[in-house]
Design a protein around this ligand. Structure first.
Ligand SMILES: [Ca+2]
Length: 485
């Protein structure tokens, strides 16, 4: 946009100069007038050439719109990746994305649970603002619906001429108005979340028609559909959101793969989770190989992340020492893997910036030079492009989280990060809160205490009070927007 504005300005100035060069005056006769006319037109031709040349040059140099594949795992921990767990799992494809990409070592989801995290990814906004504050579609349907006045990143890609597709889990609203096909996705092959399904018996919505599948393994099915999507759209810019269900419960994987982990001494639940991840990784490897075969690798950005930390219900899981799990705003619940892999554009590296799910929307807008409709609501996130290119850092940004079951009660399970400092309102209960929590907030210095072991509130009373006031102010603000008419 900046480039074309510059050309227009320069072009206008050159045209104006050309128009002023040849004043026709005096009695020199028709020949001279014709000569002047030719010269004037020559001037125009020259001027036109001067305008067109940089335009043509700009067209030649214009970057091909990048394809974007966003792969999201469900309840996958940083510690589930072999590259970070000393080989407990087998995840060669994701490990390669990490090694050859830009790894964010301080990346956060926007929530400790599925649906709100996805709402933030889709909109660049705190989940509460979007209306998605619950994961429970069966009993709290209204609290899982992404408001229809929200603009999704898929809406933006579609409005900019991209083919858009969601394969896998939606989980941000059931009902005709909330269907992915109404939220910017031109194609949807997936399911809605909170369904009673297993990996071998599930219902899939394909092009708006639901059907039961009993002869496939869900993860392999989604992987194959992702390959199909990039084949179909190989000749046009595309945005694919591949939202895997793995390794979310129910724990279910082919026994032969589970067995390989049992033989190494893992208990059955862990062995099954690791097998589920290995099968997902295999599918991701196939997808990347397909990009290579289609010669799309250089023009395709691949992002890999997980929506929240590991599920505590199947038992303890290795997660590089982080405290807490899914459902909690301690690091183990909200710190997630995040890698941007686009070797043709970004040399491999590691970033310490505080990346957050709300940043994905503005980052993709900048990377793909997308125009955002004026009706889109204000984003909370910031573009990570300066961080990706090594020109900037985001370590000083302030970020917030909160989640409890049912209608938000901000005295439960809330957190704020301000640089290395983290204020936490403790997770209180798995039950629906009946009232305000009386548990006192605690303050951690993550630079000195990354595993959140020591409350330093009493040593930093002013900071504690300041952050508590900021968290309260944020809570009031997002709640006000959540309940807007
Ligand atoms: Ca999840």
């Amino acid at each position: 946009m900046f480039r074309s504005a510059t050309i227009t300005t320069l072009g206008t100035r050159r045209v104006a100069t050309g128009e002023q060069t040849f004043p026709v005056a005096g009695p020199q006769g028709a020949f001279v007038r014709v000569l002047f006319a030719v010269m004037r037109n020559l001037g125009r031709c020259l001027a036109l050439g001067l305008i067109l040349m940089p335009l043509l040059g700009a067209l030649r140099a214009a970057p091909v719109p990048p394809n974007v594949i966003f792969i999201l795992a469900d309840d996958l921990a940083i510690g589930d990746l072999a590259v970070f767990n000393g080989g407990r799992t087998r995840t060669p494809a994701i490990d390669r994305l990490v090694r050859e990409g830009i790894w964010f070592d301080a990346a956060y989801s926007a929530s400790a649970v599925c649906a709100p995290a996805r709402a933030a990814l889709l909109t660049g906004r705190s989940p509460h603002r979007t209306g998605v504050v619950s994961l429970e579609m069966n009993t709290e349907l209204a609290l899982t619906r992404l408001r229809v006045d929200e603009t999704t990143i898929a809406d933006v890609f579609a409005a900019n001429g991209y083919r858009t597709g969601l394969i896998g889990k939606w989980h941000t609203g059931a009902g005709p108005e909330y269907h992915p096909l109404k939220r910017g996705f031109g194609e949807f092959e997936g399911f809605f979340g909170s369904d009673q399904m297993t990996y071998n018996h599930y219902t899939l919505d394909v092009k708006g028609v639901r059907g039961e599948v009993t002869d496939k393994y869900l993860t392999d099915d989604l992987s194959a559909r992702a390959v199909g999507f990039v084949r179909r759209h190989r000749s046009e810019p595309f945005f694919l959101f591949l939202a895997h269900y793995a390794p979310h419960r129910p724990l279910d994987a082919p026994e032969a793969v589970v067995q390989t982990y049992l033989e190494r001494g893992f208990n059955r639940n862990t062995a099954t989770i690791y097998a589920m991840i290995e099968i997902m990784d295999r599918g991701i490897g196939e997808l990347i190989a397909e990009l290579d075969r289609l010669k799309l690798r250089e023009t395709t950005l691949v992002i890999f992340a997980s929506d929240n930390g590991p599920d505590p219900i199947p038992g303890p899981r290795f997660n590089v020492g982080l405290r807490g799990t899914k459902y909690e705003v301690h690091e183990g619940g909200i710190r997630v893997p995040l890698v941007f892999n686009w070797p043709a554009k970004f040399p491999p590296g590691e970033r310490h910036a505080l990346a957050h799910f709300t940043d994905l929307f503005p980052t993709l807008v900048e990377l793909a030079s997308l125009r955002v409709p004026a009706t889109a609501r204000r984003r909370d996130g910031v573009s990570l492009v300066p961080v990706l290119t090594g020109r900037g850092d985001n370590t000083d940004l302030v970020r917030f989280w909160q989640w409890n079951r049912a209608t938000p009660n901000y005295t439960h399970n809330a957190a704020m990060r301000d640089g290395p400092w983290k204020l936490v309102r403790p997770y209180v209960t798995r039950e629906i809160p009946k009232g305000d929590s009386s548990a006192a907030p605690v303050l951690y210095d993550l630079a000195a205490d990354p595993f959140e072991t020591t409350d330093v509130a009493s040593a930093h009373p002013e900071r504690f009070q300041r952050m508590k006031a900021a968290l309260d102010a944020w809570s009031a603000e997002v709640e006000k927007e959540r309940v807007r008419p």
